[in-house]
Design a binder for this molecule. Sequence first.
Ligand code: ADP
Length: 425
Amino acid sequence: MKLALGCIADDYTGASDLANTLTRAGLRTVQTIGVPSEELDLPDVDAVVVSLKSRSIEAGLAVSRSRAADKWLRGRGADHVLFKICSTFDSTDAGNIGPVMDALRADSGDTIVLVTPAFPETGRTVYQGNLFVGSVPLNESPLKDHPLNPMHDSNLVRVLARQSKTEVGLVGLATVVRGPEAVRARLADLSDKGVGAAIVDAVFDRDLETIGEVALDQRLSVGASGIGLGLARALVAAGKAKAGASSALSESPVGGPAACLAGSCSQATLQQIANAETDMAVLHLDPEQIVAGKGEVRRALGWAAQRITEGPILIASSSTPDQVAALQSRHGRDAAGHAIEQAMADVAEGLVQSGVRRLVIAGGETSGAVVDRLGIPGFLVGAEIAAGVPVLRAVGAKEGEMVLALKSGNFGGPRFFSDALDLMR
Ligand code: ADP
């Protein structure tokens, strides 16, 4: 099997978003957690998105991890690799977008790289090289106060030039709307002048389609899920990926007992837990007991063992904002959060050891802790349960076949847990 597209994402959530975008565009897509081992047995897929945690780490480390991911993807036949960054160009003058782009470009042999974080469906557009978040320029958006990477300049030609060794040019919207040939000509012109990267304007999806088509001539591109969409559509149009094949792969049922775990305390999740009471057995953990020791995890697993054969269960640590604030003031925010995340990972591990093969997890950090603990190398992305929340089928898991749903707190409709289980056969 030869990959039509390889992607390296600089954080997990961005990787999921991209994998979901590619799947919706018709590519059979696997998302991996970190750079997979050489032995990973991939199903027959069009695209792999390698998730790294390299957005805000030291630039040298981000470069070496990204190069390792690139090598793995090229080794699986990927002719084109997308370095997936945040659609808000989340980075500092020290990197990591520039240094990683420079290194991957050198490895790819490309003379010039197309760069665009535009993703119009989420309000990210680029015009004259300036990134807009909704109706305001980046430097007037909430990103100007980002705790790790505050963005004070919306001109990406300047931003990228400050963190890259190469000169950066612009392919303006007036060129993009004239189509792929005009973009190719502009790139050739820039490249002849020694420019090694070009910010490309995009305001509508059709601009991304043009960019995707041109990017496929090259070995490397840099951007957010928007350019992923453009690349996917270009691959489908060129007959290099079969649109519509994405769902068939994840359809064969896994079966086995099902459990839901909730660590998110968001309003949406609290409502979803309340609604689940009519559909499944629900256990509310005592957060104070979790922080105190392992007894609460044992209690949860004992409770689950008595019910799991009769139908799905839900175990929640979640509590109301007042209760969360009280717990945090007693134990410290990070210590309380960490203890609860690890307890949820303990519960997930215990459930899987006892045979659970269908797991729904509510909460971003909670999902991360559970996935790390289960040591699942990757997921095949399936049908969407709710916007941005697909069914995930484990790839290369030591437990064998498993399906999961991982959602951030605010995602999903009021009956999310039942909706998820309906699709997770
Ligand atoms: P979300 O996606 O809603 O942000 P996360 O799982 O990312 O959810 O974050 C929720 C955080 O709150 C986690 O660190 C979790 O361990 C912690 N937590 C869960 N239950 C409680 C609780 N009852 N009191 C305090 N913190 C909690």
